[in-house]
Write a protein that binds this ligand. Sequence first.
Ligand SMILES: *[C@@H]1O[C@H](CO)[C@@H](O)[C@H](O)[C@H]1NC(C)=O
Ligand SMILES: *[C@@H]1O[C@H](CO)[C@@H](O)[C@H](O)[C@H]1NC(C)=O
Ligand SMILES: *[C@@H]1O[C@H](CO)[C@@H](O)[C@H](O)[C@H]1NC(C)=O
Ligand SMILES: *[C@@H]1O[C@H](CO)[C@@H](O)[C@H](O)[C@H]1NC(C)=O
Ligand SMILES: *[C@@H]1O[C@H](CO)[C@@H](O)[C@H](O)[C@H]1NC(C)=O
Ligand SMILES: *[C@@H]1O[C@H](CO)[C@@H](O)[C@H](O)[C@H]1NC(C)=O
Ligand SMILES: [Zn+2]
Ligand SMILES: [Zn+2]
Length: 573
Amino acid sequence: MTHRMLWYIGGLLALLVVWPYSTGQGPLMDMRYGWSNVTCSTCKALVIALDISLQVESNMELVAEVAVKVCKTLHLEEEGVCQQVVELFKHEMITAWVMSVLRPSEVCGLLLGRDCGHWDIGSEWNITLPPVPKPPAHPPVPPQPGSPVSRVLFLTDIHWDHSYSPGSPATCKEPLCCRNHSTSSSHNPSGYWGEYSTCDLPLHTIESLLQHVSTNGPFERVYWTGDIPAHNVWEQTRSQQLGALTIITGLIKKYLGPVPVYPAVGNHESAPVNSFPPPSVYGNLSSGWLYHAMAQEWQGWLPHPALETLRTAGFYTTRIAPGLRLVSLNMNFCAIENFWLLINYTDPAGQLQWLVGVLQDAENNHEKVHIIGHIPPGLCLKSWSWNYYRIVSRYEGTIAAQFFGHTHLDEFEIFYDEETLSRPLSVAFIAPSVTTFINLNPGFRVYLVDGEYPESSHVVLDHETYILNLTEANKKPQEKPQWILLYSALRTYGMKSAYPSDWEDLVQRFLRDDQLFQTFWYLYHKGHVGEVCQESCKTGVICALRTGRSSDLRLCKDLDVYGKPAQKRKSLC
Ligand SMILES: *[C@@H]1O[C@H](CO)[C@@H](O)[C@H](O)[C@H]1NC(C)=O
Ligand SMILES: *[C@@H]1O[C@H](CO)[C@@H](O)[C@H](O)[C@H]1NC(C)=O
Ligand SMILES: *[C@@H]1O[C@H](CO)[C@@H](O)[C@H](O)[C@H]1NC(C)=O
Ligand SMILES: *[C@@H]1O[C@H](CO)[C@@H](O)[C@H](O)[C@H]1NC(C)=O
Ligand SMILES: *[C@@H]1O[C@H](CO)[C@@H](O)[C@H](O)[C@H]1NC(C)=O
Ligand SMILES: *[C@@H]1O[C@H](CO)[C@@H](O)[C@H](O)[C@H]1NC(C)=O
Ligand SMILES: [Zn+2]
Ligand SMILES: [Zn+2]
């Protein structure tokens, strides 16, 4: 192969590898401009050559070498990071490639646009709904005054950085700063409890949070939706990820004791990040190392049948109260960043078909269901997302609530009826992160849910968000930091209840009342806002709040975003 060909092939690998971590500006865009100079047929020829050549081990090394060079030349990342990230990813990435049904037209469609081919392989697929007619939908009925209310603690995106080092550079050349080995790009030292920068959290801040919640309950239960390790993704190993799993699980047990905890798998749990092969991949490359460790660590919280499906595919269901069932989804099977899905995008691990079965059983047994997961459904691959939307619509009378994380921001996604896309029927709550990444206060969420009594609706009645004000806390590093209530939803937004129609109404009010929207924007960042949000930013944010399924322009058609869909947020989360 010629030098030039290798350059492009390496570039392709570098692009795929760095894709999930790029901020979607500068370097990645340069890279894409680079590709725009390649013709469609050249691209396809290169992909065929790559497919064949990668089946030879020595070529794998060669391609990896070039990928490192490309990464460095284009300054995709800092030099050390380029080296490590390619080293880390090459084996799994290339194996996924070789095993995949990936065809040149798909790859080149991705790189060069729709004229050259279609990226979304086999995007059209449909799950099968049982031939049971949908029960009529009833508007929610508020609980009787004095009915029990459950407080559910919600933790997500902890992102513990074991190398966080107070006083180290808070800005640096690597993708994660505030670390012992950060390459300084300023003399701005990181604070003791965390930093408003591209930094994750030291263990003592996480421990402080857990200590706070341990004395501010009681909580009925905890939902914990993943992303345990930090964002130093270019150097993480399986054993480090497992270490983080064990240590954080141990701390939660230590501080919350007998409170039941229901976890979900995040995209950062694996090494390399986002690498979640479907169960059809077995042996050393499978996710067995991770799911088995989770089942081991979490066995006190989950019953046997749940541990079984957790071990196989990272999702589970279990009854958590009389009349209430929990479903914990493995949202990595819906994520474009999970390169293993190249093998087959169609309902990976059969998860959605399984979900339909669980929901039908629940409907038959008059149970309500809470769904938890990491990545919000509106950010999923299109066909997965549309099928999920259909399921939520079919089982609206059974699904009492949906809870997600991953974006690190405080937001939500409204689900509408499929026929008219105008009647709000469910809301996916997206809680802000524990971590500061990027430029945020540390925080956590508490949901107030219709409590445990016969005929309870188990729906969300209100929620509260707590933060640590880093500005305050870092002034007095030796003192016990104060976790404070940032806001509670009904009071702050002047809502009567927290049903889907109330969130729809809130979004309508954002459009009319900019001051109210700016309050939302402030809380969206846990009280630490970088830039103001106006015009197209505001439209994009509101569009996202309406978007429970991805790539559906109709959901925002009156928002003047037609032709420029809400900026697709890159998954740094
Ligand atoms: C792509 O082509 C444009 C115009 O032909 C040129 O200015 C640019 O430098 C080229 N980019 C690369 C990466 O070759
Ligand atoms: C899936 O269902 C939609 C709507 O019912 C239909 O238009 C489409 O053809 C179906 N796709 C497949 C692959 O069956
Ligand atoms: C960072 O380096 C300093 C000095 O070498 C050391 O004392 C400290 O323990 C290190 N911190 C971490 C978190 O590794
Ligand atoms: C399994 O894969 C991991 C990561 O790729 C590697 O570190 C480990 O040595 C492999 N183990 C075996 C038995 O091949
Ligand atoms: C992909 O997976 C689905 C569901 O498991 C299966 O029906 C389909 O045949 C698979 N497609 C390919 C190309 O392997
Ligand atoms: C955090 O504290 C600073 C300094 O006292 C204050 O200016 C800021 O408004 C506080 N932020 C929040 C969200 O309370
Ligand atoms: Zn995430
Ligand atoms: Zn995260």
